[in-house]
Ligand binder design. Structure first.
Ligand code: NAP
Length: 293
């Protein structure tokens, strides 16, 4: 299989480059090799590489900055995925893309299903939803994996932020009224590869038959406050922590340019059922991700 991965240097891109390698020849492109807001470059590179599978791990993910960089967020999150889907369709390739829990408004009290009403509260969520719609309009052989609260031990994730704060402050204030499903980037990557592996016999037809949106996140849900407490408890270098108290606070205490949904947990039963997978509990994944031994 000839695979092109776009966005190789993000949290997900870095992991997926590794998890995909047993499935085929992976050409992994970072922003330096392919800037997805340059639509002509997207077309010419994909036409030249002729992949059977295109995976888009690139995205504009600065949720607050998106409120003022609407045009750029739209180019990267809405228009570019539609163009990639078009190229996949015209060249008989499969297209895999990722979306977000922020397509929902957080009014539900039980985990969101794929068919639940979307109603994004911020520009990032709107731009990602428009990306989904552009891909669906092309149709053909695609999967859109909606995920949430992605973290890795590399880069600027919530996990690393909490660890960083714990070395600087004795008292931490963490938002307790935002609830979601933390998702380890490695789990997202490995599950993507497992899904592809179940379809490889006749990739295009298998994906066409099962195409659509799937929720793919850590199982269960938690508040940011409880997540932070589990991060501190799993810290392999706890002796370095200065923190003594963690205080739950409402999100209003930290006003941000973008409004976030208060409840955005995802129900992942569809992907588990169709691909016969088990998504581990978010706490189990966090423990494995932070296992320093
Ligand atoms: N992070 C979350 O909490 C979260 C939650 C829900 C859904 N998601 C979705 O999950 C997917 C993966 O997210 P992630 O956490 O891995 O994001 P990430 O770490 O921010 O990575 C995004 C990648 O996209 C690249 N990129 C940005 N603009 C680009 C452009 N114009 N051309 C080419 N590449 C560009 C970035 O390049 P540089 O490395 O050069 O900056 C970066 O490598 C995305 O679709 C995201 O919307 C994420």
């Amino acid at each position: 299989m000839n695979i092109v991965l776009i966005g190789k240097n993000g949290q997900l891109g870095w992991e997926i480059q590794r998890s995909l390698s047993p499935l085929g020849k992976v050409t992994a492109l970072g922003r330096d090799q392919l800037n997805v807001s340059d639509y002509k470059a997207v077309q010419s590179i994909l036409k030249e590489l002729k992949p059977n599978l295109i995976i888009n791990a690139s995205a504009y993910t600065e949720v607050d900055q998106a409120e003022t960089e609407i045009e750029l967020a739209t180019k990267i999150n809405s228009v570019a995925p539609g163009i990639m889907a078009e190229i996949a369709h015209s060249s008989h390739a499969v297209f895999i893309h990722y979306s977000t829990d922020y397509v929902f408004d957080g009014q539900k009290t039980t985990p969101y299903l794929e068919e639940d009403q979307t109603n994004p509260l911020n520009i990032y969520g709107k731009s990602k939803l428009m990306g989904e719609e552009n891909i669906k309009q092309v149709g053909d052989a695609y999967f859109i994996f909606r995920t949430s609260w992605v973290y890795s031990l590399r880069g600027n994730s919530f996990v690393n932020k909490v660890l960083g704060w714990s070395r600087k402050s004795q008292n931490l204030k963490i938002v307790s009224n935002q609830v979601g499903s933390p998702t380890w980037a490695r789990l997202l990557a490995e599950t993507t590869s497992l899904v592809i592996a179940t379809c490889t016999m006749d990739l295009l037809d298998n994906v066409r038959e099962r195409r659509g949106v799937y929720h793919l996140a850590g199982s269960g849900y938690t508040s940011r406050y409880q997540w932070a407490q589990r991060i501190l408890a799993n810290d392999p270098n706890r002796a370095e922590q200065l923190v003594q108290t963690v205080e739950p606070v409402p999100s209003e205490e930290f006003p941000t340019p973008a409004t976030r949904p208060l409840f955005s947990a995802l129900n992942c039963e569809k992907i588990e059922k169709i691909f016969k997978l088990r998504l581990p509990d978010w706490e189990e994944s966090l423990r494995l991700a932070m296992d320093g031994s």
